[in-house]
Design a protein around this ligand. Sequence first.
Ligand code: G4P
Length: 529
Amino acid sequence: MNISEEIKKRRTFAIISHPDAGKTTLTEKFLLYGGAINLAGTVKGRKGAKHAVSDWMEIEKERGISVTSSVMQFNYDGFCINILDTPGHQDFSEDTYRTLMAADSAVMVIDGSKGVEAQTIKLFKVCVMRHIPIFTFVNKMDREARDPFELMDEIEDVLGIRTCPVNWPIGCGREFKGVYDRFKETITTYRASMNGQKEVESTEVTLGDERVDDLIGDAFHRQLIDDIELLDGASDELDMDRVSRGDLSPVFFGSALTNFGVETFLQHFLQMTTSPLPRLTTTGYVDPFEEDFSAFVFKIQANMNKAHRDRIAFMRIVSGKFDAGMEVNHVQGSKKLRLSQPQQMMAQDRKIVEEAYAGDIIGVFDPGIFSIGDTLCKTNQKFEYEGIPTFAPEHFARVRQIDTMKRKQFIKGVNQIAQEGAIQIFQEFNTGMEEIIVGVVGELQFEVLTYRLENEYNVEVRLEKLPYEYIRWIENKEEVDVAKIQGTSDMKRIKDLKDNPLLLFVNSWSIGMVLDRNPELKLSEFGHN
Ligand code: G4P
């Protein structure tokens, strides 16, 4: 197969949901249909020993939340699929944002009995910022679910996106018979077996088929005809331009647990979503089909696996083909290098990749040289992919080590975790590294920090939370004497590791007051990496 055929068959998407809506189960069922696993339930583990495919850190297992994102590749029906798992917890939306930078579309899983939940809203907003197509899978239809029309309205009202159902549920709970495909005008019914561990048996008939009454019963048949009429009159047309802009979400119903509607969703989704898209650089767009390899780093993760004690930089290949051992230009580091131990992930297994193509995600061993957003390209080229913005931290704490003898490990740990983008570190304005102030977007990151310092770096720390919630970088630092800024009582001066001065505030109105008192001062909400 030539390079462009390889690229054309690639589909790279992220999967998002409120915790427990069924993201892990759905991902697992994709793997089942892709033949990557034989029996669903094996990766996820049995009850009591619950751990998901994507769980890498102990903390995730303890809390049952997915803290970090993982990547999985499998083949289905001629497509080569890269799924990017995202953390469901609200405190990890920054991580989700970075993951979405590497995806061409997103699948949003919603619990049909609960509808749009808190984290769905937050994650959805992150998707909207990225303007990527969003496909909705309304899950758990095998339970008593809310009325599908009501669910559509809720998605539209709460998330502010229009919807277009592609399939429609026939019944729910014990009476969940199957789905109606609005575009093929067929009814697919299912026969539950083996608790969804294997592919489900199904029967497909056209809407006019005489067997419909036998298959779903007269009452559901009549209800379906009414629903279709309502839908045809009221719902938006499936306009793929609007889908690609993220204005319209194709919606599917099903049950990941029993596999009802899973395969038809996968098939439609793969047809509707695009092959790898061009990406913007400092010198214009780079097309995935260009021959020359290029990629950007969107995630760095240390110590993913205790047995390995390593650090992996995940990159999305944007164009061309990657060959193991090839020499590339690390643009931000101004260095030529060979990417060492390029890997792809499949559940908890890793395999060394010999070749990979635009759309693929590879992880490479990182001796501490990469930062999030870095570009890699052919050795004779030099351009940079559009950066990945950092979110302004909203929580701050002073971090002190308990055993001061372990200074070196402490500094190393804090620095590495900061390089991964999980925390941002600052110092007191007038002193050096003795005092470290950590800023995080979500408070849970503090716990992760404490946990990881203890478990991975063997350093116990004490956190003293600080009351600040707003951070501002001083844009015109050359023109201002920071020590002389006329502050407010709730303002604190700090600096980042590059000695850039910043201000912290407890109250948002103080920011305006400080600007009034210091007319020459220019403040910005965004930091620069
Ligand atoms: P997440 O990754 O989005 O957090 O969700 P996950 O797949 O782990 O699913 C959360 C729970 O919901 C799991 O139950 C899972 O079996 C169940 N679930 C997922 N999809 C469906 C579905 O389509 N129908 C039904 N009825 N349940 C589904 P669990 O953690 O094993 O707990 P329990 O509810 O079985 O006690």
